[in-house]
Structures are given as structure tokens and as C-alpha cells.
Design a protein around this ligand. Structure first.
Ligand SMILES: NC(=O)c1ccc[n+]([C@@H]2O[C@H](COP(=O)([O-])OP(=O)(O)OC[C@H]3O[C@@H](n4cnc5c(N)ncnc54)[C@H](OP(=O)(O)O)[C@@H]3O)[C@@H](O)[C@H]2O)c1
Length: 248
């Protein structure tokens, strides 16, 4: 593990607890709140095989870390692709803690009504669609008290990402976790919408299949982003904690 000079855990703590605190304190203590992205990927930057098989790339320690991030977040954001592919619950199960608001970005309103986020009532869900995307205005689930449907003006990808952050911040959601998938996370990163990124890298090579981040192309390595990076061991996986504000 390498820490940075700003955050130091009490030397009396055992190494594992100190690492845990060291990794999470920048999120907990950010005075203006924090938008944090996360992505679990293989060594060669893949998040699924070509058939879409992705459970599980990361080990249990990294998956527990994701649940810890959810528990610390006021809201967790996913794209329509993740809900369509995985039907996730997005609740906190591997650690104690409250469930965050679950936010789905679904501009075309293409998600079916049966998905867990819309039906399970385990936590509140905010379903963001473009104006007029749902012909019935979402009437099918007006009776579901945990579900709120809201129209967000259509905007280019990055602008929509920024609008989501503004919408959540204005409603008092200070800590926001962008959980994925890769398209959604890439939009937020390209729009400069993340304060930190937790890349959870598992020691396997998938070799083909769905890639992780996809950002606008650059011509030279001088144009590459080089954020301050801290590394932590999570079982066999490595957490790269990237600070995306004030880099270079
Ligand atoms: N490894 C991990 O940590 C992790 C985490 C989560 C998910 N996943 C995996 O990721 C895969 C899904 O990823 P994905 O890239 O296909 O889909 P995705 O990122 O979940 O969803 C992308 C879709 O969401 C909508 N969207 C999200 N942000 C938008 C923005 N800023 N502007 C406009 N539209 C936006 C668009 O929907 P429309 O196209 O309908 O307009 C877009 O196509 C699944 O296989 C899942 O298992 C992996």
C-alpha cells in the first residue's frame, strides 16, 4: 500500500483497519461532497467477456468494497445498459449501512417495468428519462411509493452527466457513487464530473470482450491524464484510488 501525504490513519490501528480508513477518508471528509466513480476490471481493462459474462471479475474483498462505497453514498447512479444486463438491486448487503437512493439514467425510457429497481421497494429509485420518453408518463408504476420518475432535458452525453450531478446536489445528495457501466462512467469522466475514481483491478486476463473506460482519443502521451494515484490491496485485487481534481 502507498498512501499520500494528506491522509494518515492513526499508527495505533492494525494495518488492515488503517488501510481501510486511508482509502475511504478522502470520500468521507470531502467538505463539498464527492462524486466517485468505480469500475471493476481485468488487468487488460475488460469488464466482461464477449458474451457479456462478468460475474465475477473481482474477488469478495473488492465486491465488499463496492458495498461499502454504496453504504457511504447518498445516491448510486447506473446507466440503462447495466439494469438491462444485470437487473441489479444496488442495495447494501455485504456490510452494515443504509441503502442509497438508486438512480437510473434511461434517456429513451427503454427499460421494462419488471426490473428490481422499479418493483422491489427495497430502497428509493429515481428513474431519469428524456421528456416524452414514456408514452404513459410512467403511469404503470405510479402506485409504487419508492419509485420516482422524472424527465431530464435531452443533452449531449457529457452535459447529461453534469445535469444529473446538479440535480442530485440540488436535492441534497452530497456523496454520489457512479457505479457503471462503462458507458455511463466514461461519460461522467469525460465531462470532468468525477472527484475520485476507484479502479478495482483483478489479476486476470480476459483478452477480448467489453472494455472498461472509453474516452475521447488523444494523440500523444503528453495529453494523457495522470492523476494522483494511491494503491491498496483488496484480497487478490488492487484498488487504484485516483484523485481527479487538481491533477497535472
Ligand atoms: N465492472 C463493473 O464495475 C461494472 C459496474 C456496472 C456495470 N457493469 C457492466 O457494464 C455493462 C453495461 O455497461 P454499458 O456501458 O453497456 O451500459 P451502461 O453504462 O450501464 O448504460 C449506458 C446507457 O445509459 C444511458 N446513459 C447513461 N449515461 C448517459 C449519459 N451521460 N448521456 C446519455 N445517456 C446515458 C444511455 O442509454 P440509451 O442508450 O438508452 O440512451 C447509455 O447507452 C453490463 O455488462 C454490466 O454488467 C460493470
Amino acid at each position: 500500500m502507498t498512501g499520500d501525504a494528506t491522509w494518515r490513519a492513526d499508527p495505533e490501528l492494525d494495518a488492515d483497519s488503517a488501510d481501510l480508513l486511508d482509502a475511504l477518508l478522502p470520500i468521507l471528509c470531502a467538505p463539498a461532497g464527492c462524486v466517485i466513480g468505480q469500475l471493476g476490471q481485468s488487468l487488460d481493462g475488460r469488464i466482461a467477456t464477449r458474451t457479456g459474462h462478468s460475474h465475477y471479475i473481482n474477488g469478495i474483498a473488492a465486491r465488499t468494497h463496492l458495498h461499502r462505497l454504496r453504504a457511504l453514498a447518498d445516491a448510486v447512479v447506473v446507466g440503462a445498459g447495466t439494469v438491462a444486463a444485470d437487473d441489479p438491486a444496488l442495495t447494501v448487503r455485504h456490510v452494515p449501512g443504509p441503502h442509497p437512493l438508486r438512480v437510473v439514467i434511461d434517456p429513451k425510457g427503454r427499460l421494462a417495468e419488471h426490473h428490481r429497481l422499479f418493483t422491489d421497494g427495497e430502497a428509493r429509485t429515481l428513474h431519469l428519462v428524456a421528456p416524452g420518453a414514456l408514452p404513459d408518463g410512467g403511469a404503470a408504476h405510479r402506485h409504487a411509493a419508492h419509485l420516482q420518475r422524472e424527465e431530464l432535458a435531452v443533452a449531449p452525453d457529457g452535459a447529461l452527466a453534469r445535469a444529473v450531478i446538479v440535480r442530485l446536489r440540488e436535492a441534497g445528495f452530497r456523496r454520489v457513487l457512479i457505479e457503471g457501466g462503462s458507458t455511463t462512467l466514461s461519460h461522467f469522466l469525460a465531462a470532468d464530473g468525477l472527484d475520485r475514481l476507484h479502479l478495482l483491478v483483478a489479476p486476470l486476463l480476459i483478452g477480448s470482450g467489453k472494455t472498461g473506460l472509453n474516452l475521447p482519443p488523444i494523440d500523444t502521451l503528453g495529453d494523457a491524464r495522470r492523476p494522483t494515484c494511491r494503491r491498496f490491496s483488496l484480497g487478490a485485487d488492487t484498488l487504484f484510488d485516483l484523485a481527479l481534481r487538481g491533477e497535472r
